[in-house]
Design a protein. Structure first.
Length: 677
């Protein structure tokens, strides 16, 4: 009897301890999030290898291991373990071997071969640069892959010899390439991606291509005597960067023949199982801001090309042949939803699955992956607003979710609820789609502050998928509105190109109409409105505060502020002016300036924070610095946050994602009314 009160006390205190643990998503939970990627189903459809991505809070790194499961979800277990990056697993055609890429031995990424009966693996390469884009020969005896080959960059600068013992600066760097740096890579080493072949018995990879162009997406002919690949080998390739063709490389003499010849990108050649047809994606390039990528087939010698997806009006994101060679499985985005379908050679489409997604952990972008077995079973990444990508399968139009890799976190963490919202734009009554995310403890009888979060691109789309940033905003007590205004993909080419040579402009009205539609729900405090967005969303955020004072504060992330400086300073000068403007900047500077948020800085009264990675070469930090200085000159309350070591993809390191959310919430909290929930 004397023990009974003691037991009650233990239960009481245990309950107090548990209740003090937050049941809402917190910043450090970023390091606990996992997601599935690159599901690869075995040729016989019995097993699936997938990449399981996770994070290390101590080293601030993203890691991944390979896992395997039966098709029914049983016998899930790791194939590789450790704080390393294992990825790009590819089954041999007989299903007895798998190759993959890994840095498991050291920081150098190598190509590994694993025997599936013993799970023993061996490194096949030890090259200075990492292999990429792997493909098995049909007899499973050889592999082809792409790999960067550096070359010396000649310089006309000849420094005199320095005196013995003198300590001079590093020699000057001579650059004469148009594309001399790239976001995420920095200043580029001279060289190109070439194609290599390697026996599965090991040895030294043999280089097959030697041109001054980048070679991509190699695949095999059915007789293993030729390789198909994509490249832009035209003389004017620097000034027409999308004009890629599909080529055939004969292994006997290394001769190369172009199989496509139209102006525009033709990419990702895949030979049909019967060896008679080649499928590929592409379009006729007319320099539109966005052109739908259609699915084509041609005879294996390059003759009789024809489009088979003309009736879809959605871009084909990836595809895989059906084993009978009578159609292809295709992945595309439709109005914010990732779709999987089977398209026959006559263009007839049959829906297979929906809710493909979950590969974008930071913001709610549509991104997914799938693979198909010889018997028509499909493995894919399943997304949804409640979880990042998990593994799912479908067979005979019946889909099943196989993993819940974040159950350990989400079983006791409450997430914000996501609801679709549609409205008519005030400018022309076009329907616009968006989503409202409410706080986990949402009470519809209260008034909440709201954040308008705007996607980048601008030719991209958000969807009904998980977003760490949005969920953390909701956990902080905000309702979040994210939308797909005109210019977004997944609604057809006409809708996307409403902003062609006219961005930003009427997409502003789409967003403001969405804010009005959200306020009409009755639980938004219209005096507590905030706005943020990154990249193209940063452009629109800066544009919005030059047009209206309705927002209490704004965070402009990695924006373009001055289109003239951007076109000449970003990492792809041969592309941006050609597709987003009708002329070069000096030919029509007025057009560039009238579309630049910098031109409207005199109207800005909204407290504004600028946020950009210091090594961003897509929207260089000089864009943010221009706007910051202009705001200071206008005596607008403003601040600048610089993310050290970060490029355009700020969320590429876990702590950077945390830093971004911390910065946005800190700025908004500074101006948020204390009485709001």
């Amino acid at each position: 009897m004397r023990k009974f009160p003691f037991i009650l006390a233990l239960i009481f205190f245990a309950d107090i301890s548990f209740s003090q643990e937050s049941n809402q998503l917190e910043l450090l939970d970023v390091f606990n999030l996992e997601y599935i990627a690159d599901p690869q189903i075995s040729p016989d459809g019995k097993q699936i290898i997938y990449t399981r991505n996770f994070k290390d809070v101590m080293t601030d790194k993203n890691h991944s291991n390979l896992w395997i499961t039966d098709f029914d979800g049983k016998n899930q277990r790791p194939l590789t373990v450790g704080n390393q990056s294992d990825y790009a697993a590819r089954w041999s055609h007989d299903g007895k071997k798998v190759v993959y890429l890994s840095n498991q031995a050291d920081d150098k990424v190598k190509l590994y071969l694993m025997w599936m009966d013993t799970k023993q693996s061996v490194a096949l390469t030890n090259t200075a640069t990492a292999p990429n884009q792997l493909a098995w020969s049909h007899d499973d005896q050889y592999l082809v892959f792409t790999q960067f080959v550096a070359k010396s960059r000649p310089s006309i600068l000849k420094m005199p010899a320095k005196p013995a013992g003198a300590k001079w600066n590093q020699p000057p760097v001579y650059i004469d390439d148009m594309k001399y740096r790239a976001d995420g890579q920095g200043y580029l080493t001279a060289g190109n991606n070439q194609i290599f072949i390697l026996s599965v018995d090991g040895g030294t990879p043999r280089q097959l291509t030697f041109s001054e162009h980048n070679h991509q997406s190699p695949s095999w002919s059915i007789d293993n005597r030729a390789i198909y690949f994509t490249a832009n080998m035209h003389e004017n390739h620097l000034y027409e960067p999308l004009n890629a063709e599909i080529y055939q490389l004969q292994l006997e003499d290394l001769s190369v023949k172009a199989l496509t010849h139209r102006f525009g990108p033709d990419t990702n050649a895949q030979l049909s199982p019967n060896g008679q047809l080649i499928a590929y994606v592409g379009f006729d390039d007319t320099f539109q801001g966005h052109t739908v990528r259609d699915l084509y087939v041609m005879d294996q010698d390059g003759t009789h090309p024809r489009v088979i997806s003309a009736g879809l009006d959605r871009s084909i994101q990836s595809m895989a042949w059906a084993n009978d060679s009578k159609g292809l499985y295709i992945q595309y985005t439709d109005q914010g939803d990732g779709k999987l379908a089977l398209i026959k050679l006559n263009g007839k489409i049959k829906s297979i699955a929906s809710q493909l997604g979950g590969l974008s952990l930071g913001r709610p972008y549509n991104a997914a992956a799938f693979s198909v077995s010889n018997n028509g079973r499909v493995a894919y990444t399943l997304g949804g607003p409640e979880h990042p990508a998990d593994l799912a399968v479908t067979e005979n139009n019946k889909s099943h979710r196989l993993t819940h890799v974040n159950a350990d976190l989400f079983n006791y963490k409450s997430l914000g609820q996501t609801t679709e919202l549609r409205w008519l734009s005030s400018v022309d009554q076009r329907e616009v789609q968006g989503w409202l995310v409410t706080p986990p403890d949402f009470d519809p009888n209260k008034k909440y502050p709201m954040i308008l979060e705007i996607h980048g691109g601008p030719f991209a789309s958000y969807g009904s998928v998980f977003s760490t940033e949005v969920q953390l905003f909701a956990a902080a007590g905000y309702v979040v509105l994210y939308t797909n205004p005109r210019g977004s993909t997944g609604y057809g080419q006409e809708f996307a190109n409403l902003i062609h040579h006219d961005y930003p402009n009427n997409d502003y009205h789409d967003l403001m109409s969405g804010v009005d539609a959200a306020i009409e729900k009755g639980f938004i405090d219209d005096e507590q409105l905030f706005v943020t967005g990154g990249s193209g969303g940063g452009v629109l955020t800066a544009w919005i505060i030059g047009k209206t004072d309705r927002f209490k504060a704004a965070v402009v992330a990695k924006p373009v502020i001055n289109w003239i400086s951007f076109v000449l300073y970003a990492d792809n000068p041969g592309f941006f002016y050609k597709y987003w403007f009708p002329t070069k900047p000096w030919e029509d500077p007025e057009n560039y300036l009238k579309r630049s948020p910098l031109s409207y800085v005199g109207n800005v009264k909204t407290p504004t924070m600028l946020l950009t990675g210091e090594e961003d070469y897509r929207t260089p930090i000089a864009e943010s610095e221009q706007f910051y200085s202009a705001l200071k000159l206008q005596k607008v309350d403003s601040a600048m946050v610089r993310i050290p070591g970060s490029g355009h993809g700020i969320a590429n390191r876990p702590s950077n994602l945390v830093a971004k959310v911390v910065s946005i919430l800190a700025w908004f909290e500074k101006y948020r009314t204390a009485e709001s929930p």
